[in-house]
Design a protein around this ligand. Structure first.
Ligand code: DQQ
Length: 586
């Protein structure tokens, strides 16, 4: 049996300083701005420069330099995956936005092309913002995107490929009739009208798209109809609207089959029993509702309506925004992509010369009880796995740390199954925690003993644990069910000053009758820590900048700090090779 270190280790968790919890980020129009910056540590000569290329990711998507934000118009067309993205060609802060363009055959290795859509006409002169691709009849792709026009109004424009026989679809043409859609109508805010969805065909044979908007002060996914995808009429009702918030960015609308991880094409015939999902970006995160697309009323009808938007389900409980999904006709799956911003300061980003990455593309589907979306990294990412370590039959008692050695701890893929030996000591669940789960993760952190948990993984740790990031679970007993808390705690992730280091967290339900194992998969990629709990029921994407990563090696541990012993029937970890992501060919 492999060596498990005993309680000394957790003392180290406890000695670390406490500090003010402020430093929240606001992200209007994709610009990360730190407010109330808190200096956690005095600047010390020990803290090496953030400019180090060691923080650049090895297999998460990013261009060689400059700012990126939202993924745009993802599609699979004639054997090639296309990834477009909001890109500033002139610098590493948000601005001058055009559509960067990369292509791939496996979603992991990317060839970078020239920008596909640039600011060239009055209706996009102030920015080519987010939009979506649709494959029209006759296998003809089209992209509708938001332009910021000469008066900074938001309008919707269209482009078509110049030459569909170019396998990479390098050049895109703007027809003269742009903009196609203007922000006209009672109560419509012309500065909050953007991010059209992929088109779908309704029962009347007409195309539809939805556009995120502020209507009469509230959020709406406005519905537009067209016969030819060029001439659009606004429908007199929204696809869906809500007065729980004021504006939705980047709406995404798609169909899913409960308990089936095959994807559906919204424009194809939708099988009986299918559900629909409306995703919207707000409050610096991506939320979603599951419901049905009612063909009679041509509206989305959510299964449950929660007035308090803090309770809406999230695609990811960490640093993940403006996601967009597409149907991958090559493999018959739906894939979702999200943007993950830096959590250093704008000055840091200027110094680095780059900012923003995309999360690993994830397969996304609906669980069998039609409540929750499940996500898992596309299997192509496994082609990067190299050295493997594998351990079976570990047992973690309270305070144990298991040192995971033999792989590259900076670029790794780790899968651990935690098996609960007893649930009797689970602490009671308090529903008020759902209103501020990050607060609960701060209070019930990895160093606080619980009944069942915390147990999980510590990554990117320095030898003395002064720096570390923990991803962990705690199990609580609710009335008829168990609730699992998953946290990704960044508060000790770096000694570096001026970082945003929250303790991200979310809850998922756990049915002890059916299962006794809680799985964790974490992709570590230098400054990215992307975690999938409970087989993809809860995802947390995070950015971290440990000083140790530059000055020396980092360590990785599995741990348990709950009273109840946890078994680890299986622990597997792999070093991850560097992918060819937008590398310039000589
Ligand atoms: N980013 C784009 C907008 C979108 C926002 C501008 C979301 O179209 O609403 O870069 O991050």
């Amino acid at each position: 049996m492999a060596l498990v270190l005993r309680p000394w280790a957790f003392l180290l968790f406890l000695v670390l300083v406490s500090y003010d919890e402020s430093g929240l980020q606001s992200r209007r129009n994709g610009v990360a701005q730190a407010t109330q910056r808190v200096f956690l540590y005095p600047q010390s000569p020990k803290v090496s420069s953030i400019v180090s290329t060691k923080y650049r990711t090895a297999y998460h998507f990013q261009p060689p330099k400059n700012w990126i934000n939202d993924p745009n118009g993802p599609m699979y067309y004639n054997g090639i995956y296309h990834q477009f993205y909001q890109y500033n060609p002139n610098g590493s802060l948000w601005g001058n936005i055009v559509w960067g363009h990369s292509v791939s055959t496996d979603l992991i290795n990317w060839i970078r092309l020239e920008p596909a859509i640039e600011r060239t006409i009055p209706s996009d002169i102030n920015g080519c913002w987010t939009g979506s691709a649709t494959i029209l009849k006759g296998n003809r792709p089209a992209i509708i995107y938001t332009g910021a026009d000469t008066e900074k109004r938001q309008v919707q424009n269209i482009v078509f490929p110049k030459n569909v026989s170019d396998p990479y679809l390098r050049e895109w043409i703007k027809p003269d009739n742009n903009p196609l859609i203007q922000p006209i109508g009672q109560g419509l805010n012309s500065g909050q009208f953007r991010d059209p969805t992929t088109g779908w065909i309704g029962p009347d044979g007409l195309w539809r798209i939805a556009v995120g908007a502020e209507l009469n002060g509230y959020s709406a996914a406005l519905l537009y109809k067209s016969e030819d995808f060029v001439n659009w009429t606004r429908v007199d009702h929204s696809l869906y609207s809500s007065n729980a918030s004021t504006m939705w960015e980047c709406p995404d609308f798609f169909a899913v089959l409960p308990g089936n991880n095959s994807g559906l094409d919204l424009s194809a015939a939708i099988p009986n029993g299918a559900k629909h999902v409306l995703k919207m970006s707000l409050d610096n995160c991506d939320k979603y509702m599951v419901g049905v697309y009612d063909l009679k009323s041509d509206t989305f009808v959510p299964d449950t309506i929660l007035d308090d938007r803090r309770l809406w389900s999230r695609i990811d409980y960490g640093n993940y925004y403006a996601s967009k999904s597409f149907f991958d006709s090559k493999r018959g799956r739906r894939i979702i992509w999200g943007w993950t911003n830096e959590t250093d300061s704008s000055l840091d980003d200027v110094a680095k010369g780059w900012a923003g990455i995309h999360a690993i593309p994830r397969t996304i589907w609906l669980d069998s009880n039609s409540k929750q979306l499940l996500q898992w990294p596309v299997e192509e990412v496994e082609s990067l796995r190299s050295e493997e370590v594998s351990h079976q039959g570990l047992e973690l008692k309270q305070g144990d740390l298991f040192d995971i050695k033999g792989i590259d701890t900076l670029q790794a893929d780790v899968e651990i199954d935690f098996e609960l030996t007893s649930i009797d000591s689970a602490d009671p669940f308090d529903p008020s925690w759902l209103l501020d789960i990050e607060k609960h993760c701060r209070e019930a952190d990895a160093s606080v003993h619980g009944g069942v948990g915390p147990f999980g993984l510590v990554v990117l740790a320095s030898d003395n644990m002064e720096e570390h990031t923990s991803v962990h679970f705690r199990v609580y007993k609710s009335q008829e069910k168990y609730m699992v808390l998953m946290c990704s705690d960044l508060r000790k992730s770096s000694l570096r000053p001026e970082l945003y280091t929250p303790a991200y967290g979310g809850f998922f339900e756990f049915d002890l009758e059916k299962e006794s194992t809680i799985s964790l998969r974490t992709l570590i990629d230098r400054s990215a820590v992307e975690s999938f709990g409970g087989g993809g029921r809860l995802c947390i994407m995070a950015r971290v900048y440990p000083v140790t990563l530059i000055n020396g090696g980092t360590r990785m541990y599995a741990f348990n700090n709950g009273t109840s012993t946890v078994k680890v029937p299986q622990l597997k970890a792999w070093s991850m090779r560097r992918a060819q992501v937008n590398v310039k060919k000589g």
